[in-house]
Design a protein around this ligand. Structure first.
Ligand SMILES: C[C@H](OP(=O)(O)O)C(=O)O
Length: 325
């Protein structure tokens, strides 16, 4: 079986670990979000790709949900001692190795998809059926407008990582821009993987800054709409709050309520102009299923708390079984 998973970082990697547990013999192509990438201290950092790579490679810090296991922070202490800002971004010492390799290869003209494959060769060697593709090789970065009384127009723009990591998504996000998205081309293999898939899974990642950008890469949405395989989406909003992260701070910015049904409608049914065949909501949101069904979006209800890869595997397998039955 060939499975494609669309994934962000923290939620996306937990979900993908469950998919791998559910389908140990499948070929799984993970299309990872790169719209929250950043260049920091001259290093190109791809937070979602790295979280996926480390988590599925057994090298991630499961408790924190991102970064390397057994990490230390000596380098960033040195930067702080020099007053070399920014130091709010968690650049761990082990993690730096990844960013150095990536930055050197990109500078040598190696495309991000090839860089990612080379990095994953270390982490995913034990699992040749697993492949990580960036959504695009072209640079895309997300900026957030926040209120600032001292700035012209009363607002200023910050990189998404600054909004997320330094500001903890505290200020209201007045607007979001994915710079570079219109010109981005799907990375080699992305459209082909979707076309060849037996199953496409849209993970419970952030609909605004993780899944949204993947779908916004020109050609990806169309590929999902015309995929021969069923497309299942899993809600990351449970009972009006994100299962992980801070998606509730950004959904209102794109005019979507912090609600599983609203996110399902936002992705939409393939029978209309959306991308999903089936939307999966948590048991806490079971009440929304009849209305979604009536609106033409087939909806399944499961316990979507990703407490372990096994728990995730249970809901993935049972929904897929029902859809393929
Ligand atoms: C938790 C969620 O993870 P991701 O979208 O990176 O999978 C988020 O950051 O909102």
């Amino acid at each position: 079986m060939q499975i494609v998973v669309l994934a962000g970082g923290v939620g996306g990697s937990r979900f993908t670990a469950g998919v791998r547990r559910a389908y140990p013999d499948a070929t799984i192509t993970v299309v990872g979000n790169t719209a929250d990438d950043i260049t920091i201290h001259g290093l190109r950092v791809c937070p979602d790709l790295d979280t996926l790579m480390y988590t599925l490679g057994g090298g991630g810090d499961a408790e924190r949900g991102w970064g390397r296991l057994d990490e230390s922070w000596r380098a960033i202490e040195e930067l702080r001692a020099y007053g070399a800002e920014p130091t709010w971004f968690g650049l761990g010492d082990r993690d730096l190795g990844t960013h150095l390799v990536r930055t050197e290869l990109l500078a040598a003209g190696v495309p991000l998809s090839e860089v990612t494959a080379r990095l994953c060769a270390r982490w995913w060697a034990h699992d040749p059926g697993l492949r990580l593709l960036p959504m695009t090789d072209d640079p895309v970065e997300t900026y957030v407008d926040i209120p600032d009384a001292d700035a012209p127009g009363g607002r200023r723009s910050v990189h998404f990582q600054e909004y997320w990591v330094r500001l903890h998504a505290g200020p209201e996000a007045l607007a979001l821009r994915q710079v570079g998205i219109e010109a981005a081309r799907p990375a080699p293999g992305v459209l082909e993987a979707v076309a060849a898939a037996d199953l496409v899974l849209v993970g419970p990642s952030n609909p605004v800054v993780s899944i949204g950008p993947i779908l916004a890469v020109p050609g990806v949405r169309e590929a999902l709409r015309s995929a021969p395989a069923p497309v299942l989406g899993f809600s990351g909003i449970l009972h009006g709050a994100p299962v992980l992260g801070m998606a509730h701070r950004l959904l209102p910015t794109i005019g979507v309520a912090v609600d599983a049904a609203a996110v399902g409608r936002h992705y939409g049914s393939r029978r209309a102009d959306g991308v999903l065949d089936t939307w999966v909501v948590d048991t806490a949101d079971a009440g929304s299923a009849p209305a979604l069904e009536a609106d033409g979006l087939p909806t399944l209800v499961r316990d979507l708390v990703m407490s372990s890869p096994d728990a995730t595997a249970v809901f993935v397998r049972s929904t897929v079984d029902q859809v393929l039955a």
